[in-house]
Design a protein around this ligand. Sequence first.
Ligand code: PBG
Ligand code: ZN
Length: 326
Amino acid sequence: MTGFPQLRLRRLRRTQPLRALVRETRLEVGDLVYPLFIVEGSGLKQEIASMPGIFRYSVDLLPQEVEEIAKLGIPGVLLFGIPAHKDEAGSQAYHPKGVVQQAIQAIKKAVPELIVVTDVCLCEYTSHGHCGIVVDGQINNDQTLPLLARTALSHAEAGADIVAPSDMMDGRVKSIREALEGGGFHDTLILSYAAKYASAFFGPFRDAAESTPQFDDRRSYQMDPANWREALREVEQDIAEGADMVMVKPALAYLDVIHAVRDNFNYPLVAYNVSGEYAMVKAAAKCGWLDERQVTLEILTAIKRAGADIIITYHAKEVAQWLPTT
Ligand code: PBG
Ligand code: ZN
């Protein structure tokens, strides 16, 4: 006998304790990483218009902020720098006293156990807003690699636990791994933004980081949203070059890609619940059209169900307050 009435799937859903007992996916604060934007200057805490509740902080205000993050049980932060001066070569990205390098030191001093992940890219630092060096109007892959490696090494020297290249140049993981080994940083982890798509969901981030490309777009280096097999090749390549963890980004519109990567690779898998995903929820909630808490928990649980181990999310602080403490 396999059919109704012997079989009643609703038996498993009758009460809250039963539902909890058979729950397949659990979202925990320990899964979350919170992004932080850091600006030069002092005493600055500027709200980002398209990302309500998210601020750009100057380095002097970071200790207080990271203490709060750590108290909430959030295990790590992801740092983005917004320099005062941008140039063609993005030189502030790898300056030993750059804004991110200073931020890493300040955070490690305030809360040594907080995991510091750094975004490694040039777009916040270049005058043209591209993730690589521009030569003859093109984004030059190979000339960008040494600058990314230098940037990652400078983050490791400042005390970063994990460097996360987001530029999508070919060969960057290899260059970064070689630079880290050369500098004696054998234990610095590389989290590669392996399958990163040319997505319109990054819009609010570019307001926050002032990193909108000044000509063309990022489609010659970020992936076509129509492709998932190619994502597996990107992940395979980055793992071969020495990545310790891999990322799929964005998350919500790419759950199938997360699932495919989970099925094919045994590496820690990170999903980035990006700025546009956050902004959509915030905007609808503000209009009273969605229940922010329920929708956010549903989205993040779905990202885990698809196969992500770790989620980078602007909602991390709120989620930490919403989830039951374990
Ligand atoms: C930099 C970078 C971007 C994001 C993370 N790192 C922007 C981009 O590639 O244009 C997007 C993050 C978000 O939208 O929340 N390369
Ligand atoms: Zn970039």
